[in-house]
Design a protein around this ligand. Structure first.
Ligand code: PRT
Ligand code: ZN
Length: 283
């Protein structure tokens, strides 16, 4: 039976539990226990701090885990990355005080940079031939320049709000990160098989996120024009209506382009357009 390590509490916990839940896998007890049994899939869930998940998976304490790519890159743990999961999206960036006369990477030469990600930063500085001091601190990195602990910071940025609040500006992005599914490198064939089943469920859920199922009535004469507008997995479904010369057209549209497409479809003659929540795309 697979054992999955997820963050006990923190930013990734809710999305992990959400992804499992959408995949038909519920867990009882939540983060209050160290371990619990999943329902809907033969799996045990281990709740850990995110920092400990890469090592736990590398050592086989857990077979698989969900953690930010930033943690994997920092710890250089020997695990396989199975799939990106589309949540926990952030970046690791260098930021300087907003009044600094930043001219380019050379600015960092001889400066001190505070971070919780010393290994990623060391590699980046080395590959760019920059000689800067690194102050490793565990938390509240963004406060370091204001209290004189460093000249700049290297930290996780998501909306950028924290940098603005602390009078800092992002000047270089070093790593794009998101939550990833990781696995131990020596899983036996039974566990690899179970992992494939799990990845299939995750893939269906992730692929359907942000997609809408759209139905509309359309006169036969407009179908060719509508098909030019529509993206679709293969080709949209067309069903004849009882009314002569009319069809019901069904398709899937990404949320980001939904209103654009709807306007174009209306312009070519589509009517009675229904937009439905899409739960799952199983390919
Ligand atoms: O207790 P535990 O050790 O498990 O958790 P933690 O406190 O170490 O980590 P946690 O829960 O804060 O973050 C877990 C993971 O979420 C990180 O490793 C990233 O992969 C991911 N993630 C996504 C983020 C953010 N977005 C994020 N915005 N992690 C941290 N932040 C912090 C960042 O450090 C900074 O202080 O949010 C602030 C910046 O946010 P913005 O939106 O103001 O730019
Ligand atoms: Zn942590």
């Amino acid at each position: 039976m697979l054992k999955i390590a997820i963050q006990a509490k923190g930013r990734l916990n809710e999305d992990c539990v959400g992804l499992l839940g959408d995949s038909g896998i519920t867990i009882s007890g939540g983060g209050r226990k160290l371990m619990s049994r999943a329902h809907g899939f033969p799996m045990e869930v281990l709740y850990l701090r995110d920092d400990d998940i890469p090592m736990a998976v590398a050592m086989g304490v857990a077979d698989i885990g969900i953690v930010g790519l930033n943690e994997i890159e920092e710890k250089k743990t020997d695990v396989d990355i199975s799939m990106p999961l589309g949540f926990g999206v952030c970046r690791l960036s260098l930021a300087v005080p907003k009044n600094a006369d930043y001219t380019g990477l050379d600015w960092f030469d001889g400066k001190r940079i505070a971070t919780s990600y010393p290994h990623i930063l060391t590699e980046f500085l080395k590959s760019n031939n920059i000689h800067a001091g690194i102050n490793e601190i565990a938390g509240s990195v963004e406060l370091a320049p204001a209290i004189g602990l460093s000249d700049a910071i290297f930290d996780i940025v998501s909306s950028g709000g924290t940098l603005v609040q602390n009078g800092l500006v992002e000047v270089e992005t070093v790593l794009q990160s998101e939550a990833v599914l990781i696995c131990n490198k020596n899983l036996d064939s039974d566990k690899l098989d179970e992992l494939e089943h799990l990845k299939f469920r995750f893939g269906s859920i992730i692929g359907s996120r942000g997609m809408k199922y759209v139905l509309m009535n359309i006169p036969q004469a407009s179908i060719a024009k509508a098909l030019e507008v529509l993206p679709s997995m293969k080709s949209p479904t067309l069903l004849p209506l009882a009314a002569e010369g009319w069809y019901s057209l069904h398709t899937v549209i990404a949320e980001a382009e939904l209103w654009d497409k709807i306007e174009q479809l209306k312009a070519v003659g589509a009517e009675d357009i229904l937009v439905l929540q899409l739960e799952n795309i199983i390919k």
